[in-house]
Ligand binder design. Structure first.
Ligand code: GLY
Length: 369
């Protein structure tokens, strides 16, 4: 499996033993279980996936002729990101007498990674998890960095933990089967990484968007490498989000509120695209960033085919209420990650998320309509 595989290492300073490799390549799936068997001799492999991934044939490719237990989350999607699914996985493991010698492999998108990662974090006080993300959002973001968890009836990720994977495999060939809307929405996390950390990466996205939308494998490998390098560096410097890691929430204060207010009719990335434009408008009003920043960002987002304005029927009151519940909020005041320029985050007094006067926020929301 080594030919053409690029390996990056994500380090976690507080726990040096949890540094983990991210293997990036094309057509990796079929060799992963054999490689895990060799690397962790004597472990029992157990794969968690979902109905979509199975339907597209990725689960069969991963399993090959390797003996491994499986659990398929069905129906796929956010509605299954619950404690009930975690309980079903744990019950299955117990019934089949899996122990602490289990390696749990999460094959799928963000929901599979979050649910399986959380089940692994709590089963018998924690077993190792291998993340094998198969969507643009999971490959760019959720499979890296150790955030795992499930939703409650009231909010997203109400139950969760920081639990770093043992290894991550990014096989960009799996993106070939992703539906167009999810594919495009997940690319927003790559745009986010470029905006917070790397102007050159933004130029690359801008110049190569047609190749990226055509799912050119060389372009997708380049994206995977930049995403892992940028996110890995942020996670290394602030693994449990005491400050810097908040930059990964750029666009998410308004984004999460819009996603929720839309009743999840908007995909996460689509809502974050709107939130990114909102954050650019706020930065402009505060005199932090030039209008050209927003114009370049909006032009790229339009070419990506994601929304850049609020959907009808979502009120300011609703959004303000939801934003005060955002995890970055303090004392009921929402806080925002803001750009000074493409690739540079505003950081007054060493703080990466800042409060914004309500009148300015309302005026930005007005311009988002
Ligand atoms: N998705 C944001 C983070 O991992 O911190």
């Amino acid at each position: 499996m080594s030919a053409g595989v690029h390996t990056l290492t994500v380090r976690v300073p507080s726990r040096p033993e949890t540094a983990y490799e991210v293997r990036i390549g094309v057509g990796l799936l079929g060799g992963i279980l054999a490689e895990l068997r060799q690397g962790w001799v004597g472990s029992r492999l157990f794969v968690v996936s979902d109905g979509n991934v199975r339907r597209h044939g990725h689960l069969a490719t991963l399993l090959g002729h390797e003996p491994a237990g499986t659990f398929v989350i069905d129906p796929p999607g956010e509605g299954s990101k619950t404690l009930r699914t975690v309980e079903a996985i744990v019950s299955h493991l117990e019934r089949e007498r899996y122990g602490r010698d289990t390696l749990l492999v999460a094959l799928g998108g963000g929901v599979v990674g979050d649910v399986a990662g959380f089940a692994a974090a709590i089963f018998k006080r924690g077993i190792p998890c291998i993340q094998v993300p198969t969507t643009t959002v999971a490959q760019a973001d959720s499979a890296i960095g150790g955030k795992v968890g499930v939703d409650s009836d009231l909010s997203k990720n109400a139950y969760g933990a920081f639990s770093h994977p043992l290894r991550v495999y990014i096989d960009v060939a799996t993106l070939a089967t992703l539906d167009e809307r999810h594919y495009r929405a997940g690319l927003i996390e790559s745009v986010k990484h470029a905006l917070i950390a790397d102007a050159g990466y933004f130029d690359y996205l801008d110049a190569h968007l047609d190749m990226i939308l055509a799912r050119d494998e060389a372009a997708l490998l380049r994206l995977a490498e930049r995403n892992v390098a940028i996110k890995g560096d942020v996670v290394f410097r602030d693994p449990e989000e005491s400050n810097l890691r908040r930059v990964l929430n750029f666009g998410h204060t308004i984004g999460h509120a819009v996603e929720s207010a839309s009743g999840y009719a908007l995909h996460h990335g689509e809502a974050v695209a709107i939130g990114i434009v909102g954050a650019c408008l706020i930065a402009e009003r505060l005199g932090l960033a030039r209008v050209e920043v927003r114009l370049r960002v909006v032009a790229l987002l339009r070419r990506l085919g994601v929304p850049v304005s609020l959907p009808p029927g979502v009120s300011d009151e609703q959004l303000l209420d939801l934003m005060t519940r955002d995890k970055k909020a303090r004392g009921g005041t929402p806080r925002f990650v803001l750009l000074e320029a493409i690739g540079r985050v505003h950081c007054p007094g060493g703080q990466y998320a800042i409060a914004v006067p309500e009148n300015m926020l309302l005026s930005a929301l007005g311009d988002l309509r």
